[in-house]
Write a protein that binds this ligand. Sequence first.
Ligand code: NDP
Length: 254
Amino acid sequence: AARHDGKTALVTGGSRGIGRAISRRLAREGALVAVHYGHDLTAAERTVKEIEADGGRAFPVHAELGVPGDADALWAAFDRALAEQDAPTGLDILVNNAGITVPRPIADVTEADYDRAFAVNTKAPFFIVQRGLDRVRDGGRIVNISSVATRVAFPAIVAYTMTKAALDYLTLSLAQELGPRGITVNAVAPGYTETEINPTLAVPEIRRRYSEASTFGRLGDPVDIADIVSFVASDDARWVTGQWIDASGGAHLG
Ligand code: NDP
């Protein structure tokens, strides 16, 4: 049997980038995957089609995050979509992946930038978990996508880093609280990964610098992150909880 057979997963921001790779990997290993998106329906539908072409099962779920009532809207959409699939309510794997960056040093961060980043990256996962706890089955998995930026200093993206640092401590507290239910809660922290979140990756000099940050001398592929998330979400990782797991290809090791 495949690793995630019979499981239901929700991947926020599952439509593009790292979330797309996570959705595809979980589905390839048997999970029914809710591919969440906020704005780009076409991307979500494309990812669902790719999953179906691979022989997997998935469906799109829409909810804009970072706005009042976002978590309730997400779960309402999820419940509705599951019912349309004739699937039982609830889920086994929740991946809080959706996120936005703030590519500015402290001097240039506006209040609006700051509030928006915390609303999407920190507040949304907090209330998604709070409102979702009665849906996540005992023995389930919660994986929060953090960033290597919380391990070393990154003044160029300080506000973003703060949103992820807060998520790391949500991870730790939740792991303690949910242990009695057999639910593990971990953070997976990518380094420089090839997605659309960072348009400056197209600039050759920046691309070279980010590639060289990894001890392997290349950018991360979203698939590199998805493979780690799949393990953390599996039964094999049942004895790992409350941990921050580096997924940066050895970025900034020394
Ligand atoms: P992308 O920009 O490629 O994808 C972001 C995903 O999140 C999309 O599916 C997008 O859907 C969704 N999303 C973004 N904002 C919202 C919103 N307000 N409401 C609902 N959905 C939203 O990003 P990545 O794949 O690069 O990033 C994924 C995660 O990994 C993020 O948490 C990021 O911080 C983290 N990370 C990424 C790194 C990298 O180098 N790429 C490094 C370290 C961490 P839609 O467009 O439809 O709204």
